[in-house]
Design a binder for this molecule. Structure first.
Ligand code: SF4
Ligand code: SF4
Length: 290
């Protein structure tokens, strides 16, 4: 039986309207950019785009992995577009962003996993918008030489984010192409290479995990030196995707946030509609001002 629990009223999606939303949409289209906001059908798009916040997805809209929670198409991606870093930089400047989140599909078809393309995009954005803080949300570079990570870190993003997505017990069904400890170690290595770089990770809940497992992931993350944590409700993009096990109550999210700060995370966002990139800029601003 494929019956899904009914969406509770705390999962409310605001309709996309207004001049700000249309302006963001126009800039994204004109620069032929892919956004995770659209690809993932993110429930926050109305709100974020109205404020000019969009998360750019580089290296195409076809992924070599097939995570069962993710709406991005799986297949053989196109060759990298060498002009993309410039277009992203141009769009970031036009959007006038204080903080930008740049993510990508997974490119197991390229030797360096797209590390150099990431680095070029960071450098292009920095060149055009020196005042904009840059957050990257990267793939796991699982099949690459360990040195590719240095390529990305050397471009000096302000925040290095890589999502663990779920608890290790659910990897085989949720994130079959990935390895929990590889992802954790990736983030730990970022800190080793550049101890001043902020690291960030996130998980979705409602996939079938329990609280004890979530607390264990937090401990693992802190042991790897991860600074920022996001926890949000998993929403099923289509009936073909991983089922929603349950809708986690806002009180449980509030409890996760409290526990996480107790474990030493510098910044935590844990609410039903939290996404990796939700209000990322505001949070980062707050932290820097503190
Ligand atoms: Fe886009 Fe992130 Fe906002 Fe969702 S939360 S609309 S993915 S910027
Ligand atoms: Fe989606 Fe990322 Fe998994 Fe690719 S690697 S299927 S983009 S979550």
């Amino acid at each position: 039986d494929n019956a899904q629990p009914k969406k509770p009223d705390w999962i409310r999606v605001k309709a996309p309207t207004g001049a700000g939303y249309r302006e963001t949409h126009k800039i994204i289209r004109e620069h032929k950019l892919v956004t995770v906001c659209e690809e993932a059908g993110c429930p926050n798009a109305g709100e974020c785009w109205s404020q000019g916040h969009a998360t750019m997805m580089i290296m195409g809209d076809v992924c070599t992995r097939g995570c069962t929670f993710c709406n991005v198409a799986t297949g053989k991606p196109d060759a990298l577009d060498l002009f993309e870093p410039g277009r992203v930089a141009d769009a970031v400047q036009k959007l006038g962003l204080n903080h930008v989140v740049i993510t990508s599909v997974d490119r197991d078809d390229i030797d360096d996993g797209g590390a150099e393309h990431f680095a070029q995009t960071i450098r292009a954005v920095r060149h055009r918008s020196p005042g904009t803080t840059i957050e990257i949300l990267t793939p796991d570079f699982l099949h690459c030489a360990p040195s590719v990570l240095e390529t990305v870190v050397a471009a000096k993003p302000d925040v290095f984010n890589h999502n663990l997505e779920t608890v290790p017990a659910l990897y085989p069904t949720v994130r079959p192409g990935a390895r929990y400890f590889h992802s954790l170690r990736l983030l730990q290595r970022v800190k080793e290479i550049d101890p001043m770089m902020f690291t960030k990770s996130g998980i979705m809940v409602g996939l079938g995990e329990d609280r004890v497992q979530v607390h264990q992931v937090m401990d693992d993350m802190r042991a790897a030196g991860i600074d920022f944590l996001t926890i949000g409700q998993y929403l099923q993009p289509t009936p073909k995707h991983h089922a929603v096990d349950r809708f986690v109550h806002p009180d449980e999210f509030a409890a996760y946030e409290k526990v996480a700060y107790g474990k030493g995370f510098l910044m935590v966002s844990a609410t039903p509609l939290t996404r990796s990139s939700y209000h990322a800029g505001d949070d980062f601003e707050r932290l820097r001002a503190a």
